[in-house]
Ligand binder design. Structure first.
Ligand SMILES: Nc1nc2c(ncn2[C@@H]2O[C@H](COP(=O)(O)OP(=O)(O)OP(=O)(O)O)[C@@H](O)[C@H]2O)c(=O)[nH]1
Ligand SMILES: C[C@H](OP(=O)(O)O)C(=O)O
Length: 200
């Protein structure tokens, strides 16, 4: 399935600014993008990077500097998946479940109310990313009479946004992003019975 992978490489991952420098955030974002592209291909998908500026990537790149929802809506055509570039825990199995779910709209919600992955098979469906986009996308589907299927997946539901997400990647990840984190000195430490990510 054609799979758009939105990517904003200019000052990415600002919620990780407390633990990564601007240059490190860009390197880490690139590593996660590479992992997502590889996983999309392994699931049988056909990735297209939808970026705000030209980037080097192992996939065709479409450049559109308009806001995320406008750019995704313009790039969708026919049956299209949208998989965020910060889903560094995504596996081929999880993406296959997304592709195989029926429904005019298929949503994999992210923790905190986001829409981490989508399949759109309905012409009238409007995109509304940021904020509680999961809720907005369900409402937008209902408005145009589109059926919605939800994919309940830890690996699609865990986007890497905040320092607290890094422990999930260190424990469950398997790719360039987790290698980058380890090379940067991040380790899992147990503190008061909880696992936390810490930089050496
Ligand atoms: N094409 C495009 N992709 C975007 C844009 N904004 C964010 N993205 C991508 O959409 C996905 C989810 O966005 P966020 O979680 O907000 O990522 P981010 O902007 O790097 O991180 P924050 O600065 O912490 O919000 C990531 O893959 C981003 O690279 C945009 O304006 N255009
Ligand atoms: C783009 C946005 O990502 P988040 O900021 O929730 O990670 C969303 O999923 O609507």
């Amino acid at each position: 399935m054609r799979t758009l992978v939105p990517f904003g490489p200019s000052n990415p991952l600002t919620r990780l600014a407390a633990v990564l420098s601007p240059a490190e955030r860009r390197q880490f974002a690139d590593a996660m993008l590479a992992d997502v592209l590889r996983t999309v291909r392994a699931a049988g998908g056909d990735p297209v990077v939808l970026a705000t500026e030209p980037v080097d990537a192992d996939a065709p790149v479409v450049v559109d500097d308009r806001d995320l929802s406008t750019a995704v809506e313009a790039a969708i055509g026919g049956e299209t998946a949208v998989v965020m570039a910060d889903l560094a825990l995504a596996t081929p199995d999880a993406l296959e479940r997304l592709y195989e779910a029926r429904g005019d709209v298929v949503v994999a919600p992210g923790r905190g109310g986001g829409t981490n992955a989508l399949v759109v098979r309905h012409d009238g469906f409007e995109l509304d990313y940021h904020g509680a986009s999961y809720r907005a996308h369900r409402e937008n589907a209902a408005r145009v009479g589109a059926t919605v299927e939800e994919v309940d997946s830890l690996r699609l539901g865990t986007d890497i946004d905040e320092p607290g997400d890094l422990v999930d990647l260190l424990l469950l990840g398997d790719g360039r992003a987790v290698d980058w984190l380890r090379d940067a000195g991040f380790r899992v430490r147990e503190a008061d019975g909880r696992a936390v990510a810490e930089r050496e």
